[in-house]
Design a protein around this ligand. Structure first.
Ligand SMILES: [Zn+2]
Length: 451
């Protein structure tokens, strides 16, 4: 057995609905015991040290240890096209995205990018993601093979687009080929090791009604599969969807009519939606992926997180980088932008709310909170070790926090935590990540090669 000692932070409850002091679990000197892939024990060091006297302990003094981050919306084939200049969604897809994704017909190329993508996630403390691939089945095989080599939990699937004109002809699939390829891929990868399969129509604008109906058929035949897509990202896209699907009352209803909305369904973006759509997403127990970096980058709009996390229409929400429409793999950067998107709407996204979205909130959004998202024993040991003093500026800021000296020692400690956590949320990036563990193994930084 091995163990990690240090300051731990995770969430016992949702700080959007609960007093933050009660929602946060903070152990300034904790011990997390790992048996194989999973967490065997967790608690204050003083209470557990004797029981685990034989465990090999790695200590991280001065660090803050969280459950691994969860990116609920990201495109692995777009790793190379990050920071593409100048366009809104539909023009950006045509000019940059499809030419890039065509390269993924070559499985060896796909595997090389999948390996790089996963290394970049780990460098940023992300241990689970919901991932778009391409229309080529071999790009899905390459991705899951790379995941298997790391024993990492990823949700991904063949990303269908069959509407003539929506993409170059040699990028399009068909409703039938998408169905057949998805069936094969589900048989090959779904729930094998830590892999999870998501039925993935790219977006309503890219799919014919026949392809969306095939998605519904796949979901009926594989009810435990995930469903991942985009929704209501861009106003021009929303208008075109309304023209193509006149029978649907709104964008969400296109997916409802296909039979794919419900638990395990994630709508990426959901920016331009009304109260009725929030109500239906809430009552169907669907999830939204909030991707503020991408939404600002492409000029798509401001997601109304206060409506998604309201008491009236609570929706499960995770955060997503949406790389390469986002311009960073860091969920700190996403939360930084999320703070500003909320602020432009008169809202305040606190550090604890942000870190909740990046950990337990993401796990709940993906219906994976039984295996990841917190330090509860039995869950996988997916862990990120953060350095609140990773840059000169962060260090200076942390040391000069103005904390009310009349507070009790415990309360002062909590206020320092709040200060440091918000500093990392606004100023942190991959430099803040000291170490990332997946299934109990240290995968970042990589061990030096022995000579
Ligand atoms: Zn996307």
């Amino acid at each position: 057995m091995k163990a990690i000692r240090g300051a731990f932070l995770d969430f016992l409850d949702d700080p959007f609905y609960r007093d933050e002091r009660e929602a946060v679990r903070y152990l300034p000197d904790g011990l997390l015991v790992i048996d194989g892939e999973r967490i065997a024990d967790f608690g204050p060091y003083g209470a557990l040290a004797e029981r685990h006297a034989k465990a090999h302990i790695t200590a991280y003094p001065g660090r803050l240890i969280l459950p691994g981050f969860i990116d609920t919306h990201v495109h692995y084939p777009q790793t190379e096209m990050i920071a593409a200049f100048g366009e809104h969604l539909l023009e950006w897809l045509a000019k940059y995205t499809f030419p890039t994704e065509l390269k993924f017909r070559d499985k060896a190329y796909a595997r090389s990018v999948a390996d790089l993508f996963l290394d970049l996630l780990l460098q940023n403390g992300t241990t689970t993601a919901q991932v778009f691939t391409t229309t080529f089945a071999q790009s899905v095989d390459a991705f899951f093979e790379a995941c298997g080599a790391r024993n990492i939990c990823m949700v991904a699937g063949l990303t269908g687009i069959d509407r003539p004109g929506a993409a170059p002809p040699d990028y399009l699939d068909t409703a039938d080929s998408f169905y057949a390829d998805s069936k094969d891929l589900i048989a090959r990868w779904h729930m094998k090791g830590r892999n999870k399969y998501a039925i993935t129509p790219r977006f309503a604008l890219g799919s014919t009604r026949e392809q969306l109906d095939r998605c519904g058929q796949l979901k009926r035949e594989h009810p435990d599969a995930w469903v991942n897509t985009h929704m209501s990202e861009n106003q021009k896209e929303v208008a075109e969807v309304a023209e193509l699907f006149p029978e649907a009352k709104d964008y969400l209803n296109v997916y409802e009519r296909a039979g794919i909305v419900g638990p395990k369904f994630t709508a990426g973006h959901a920016i331009h939606i009304n109260d009725d759509a929030f109500r239906r997403l809430s009552s169907s127990k669907s999830a939204i992926s909030f991707c503020p970096t991408s939404n600002l980058y492409l000029g798509s709009g401001l997601f109304m997180i206060h409506k998604a996390k309201s008491v009236e229409t609570p929706v499960r929400v995770g955060v997503g980088t949406d790389m390469g429409a986002g311009d960073s793999f860091s969920l700190f950067t996403v939360l930084n932008n999320g703070y500003k998107v909320a602020k432009l709407q008169g809202q305040k996204l606190s550090a604890f709310k942000g870190l909740y979205l990046a950990t337990m909130g993401g796990a709940k959004a993906l219906m994976l909170d039984n295996e990841i998202g917190s330090f509860d024993p039995g869950k996988y040991a997916d862990i990120v070790v953060l350095n609140p003093h990773s840059t000169l500026h962060l260090s200076f800021r942390a040391e000069n926090a103005i904390i009310d000296s009349t507070l009790s020692t415990a309360n002062q400690s909590f206020e320092q935590l709040r200060h440091d956590a918000f500093g990392m949320m606004m100023l942190g990036d991959e430099r803040s990540v000291d170490a990332t563990y997946v299934s109990g193994e240290l995968l970042h930084p990589k061990a030096p090669a022995s000579c």
